[in-house]
Design a protein around this ligand. Sequence first.
Ligand code: 6GU
Length: 235
Amino acid sequence: MNFHIMTLFPEMIEGAANTSILGRAIDKGLLSVNAVDIREYTANKHNRVDDYTYGGGAGMLMQAQPIYDCYMNLQPVREGRKVRTIYMTPQAKVFNQDMAREFAKEEDIVFLCGHYEGIDERVLEEIVTDYVSIGDYVLTGGELPALVCMDAIARMVPGVLGNEVSGETESFDDGLLEYPQYSRPEEWKGKRVPDVLLSGHHANIEKWRHEQSLCRTKERRPDLYEKYLATHEKL
Ligand code: 6GU
């Protein structure tokens, strides 16, 4: 899978993408991360990529031309392939695990990261296929959101997490939060690991973990808990 990130801060993307699990997946040839500097495509003699907004109002806007030329020069676009192009913006539906799973099926994904007060609407209409937010708060740019989405998508690509582990065996796979987990020692600061986990009784362990998931979800995410009950109603 190939990620193409259009940004004014390519070093922000490269720094984060080349570490840990993403870095290993790149080394293994499962992923590529291609951060492209939009500024390199400006036709402005002072290298500007922003200008005032028509109609007035606060701040500057990223102009259409550099973004469009940058997009048209991306490899999959040059080769005439249809490519999902995601604009990271708080004016959008909030990213979730289902979306990560869907995007992970693509061969190429383009992320467009905005700055300033946003981007000229006309270039968005021309190239963007998906509008995605990462939550109801405002950030200074789309780079961190793009990294968040890229990480969540990448771990759903087969092989990225390693041979045995599946991206599905985590919180949200069945709509519940994950149960608490423990490693050695059996006792730490007077706190003991729950007996059932030391029992070796796998059915009881599964039952305990499911109960813990339910409890934790009800307490921390009542919204998810209600949704779970509604879809798992035993008749
Ligand atoms: Cl995707 N972009 C920006 N700039 N701010 C955000 C966001 C995205 N999602 C939440 N806040």
